[in-house]
Design a protein around this ligand. Sequence first.
Ligand SMILES: CC(C)(COP(=O)(O)OP(=O)(O)OC[C@H]1O[C@@H](n2cnc3c(N)ncnc32)[C@H](O)[C@@H]1OP(=O)(O)O)[C@@H](O)C(=O)NCCC(=O)NCCS
Length: 169
Amino acid sequence: MVGGTALRILVRALYPEDAAAWHHLQLGIYREQQWFVGDTPPPVEALSRKLLAVDASHDLYLGALAGGVLVGWLELHRYTTPRLSHVAVLTLAVALPYRRRGLGRRLLQEAYRWARRAGVEKLQLNVRAANLAAQGLYQTEGFVQEGCEARQIRQGDRYEDNLLMAKFL
Ligand SMILES: CC(C)(COP(=O)(O)OP(=O)(O)OC[C@H]1O[C@@H](n2cnc3c(N)ncnc32)[C@H](O)[C@@H]1OP(=O)(O)O)[C@@H](O)C(=O)NCCC(=O)NCCS
């Protein structure tokens, strides 16, 4: 039961054994066809390999679990090039039935803690221009628009801009 009750959410690092659940969560988000640019998530094995290869000073994979089920994730990847290593790129998504319950904000706040500890100063992300929910969250969290790639995404005969947003910690 999602609506009406207080959700007990656990936010923790993702591990290789979470790969199948992570794939399942991503499948749901990709099926909505509005938020990401690709059509399908990486296979379970590829996700498992990513989680095995985590470099703790550069990568963060966080999951939000409701009743033990993975319903949200955030990832941050810091550039390895020294002159860019104060910057990390962020991806975030929450399963449709769990949206607007504070999970996105909670994942972000956990990510800020990791980033500050790791010496990251700037978080950067891409968001589709039509994705007003994500922009709403990022704006209330202090992200500002830094750029716009005009007509960067083409879906059939429709084009959409890609926005670059960032927050200094
Ligand atoms: C964007 C996303 C991660 C937000 O997650 P969420 O858990 O629903 O967000 P939260 O509940 O923490 O929302 C916090 C605040 O963000 C803003 N916000 C969130 N969803 C919003 C919406 N649909 N419309 C307007 N503002 C919204 C609000 O200010 C909200 O605070 P409020 O609920 O007190 O008004 C979620 O909508 C999602 O996963 N979307 C699909 C994938 C995606 O777009 N990922 C981001 C790609 S850049």
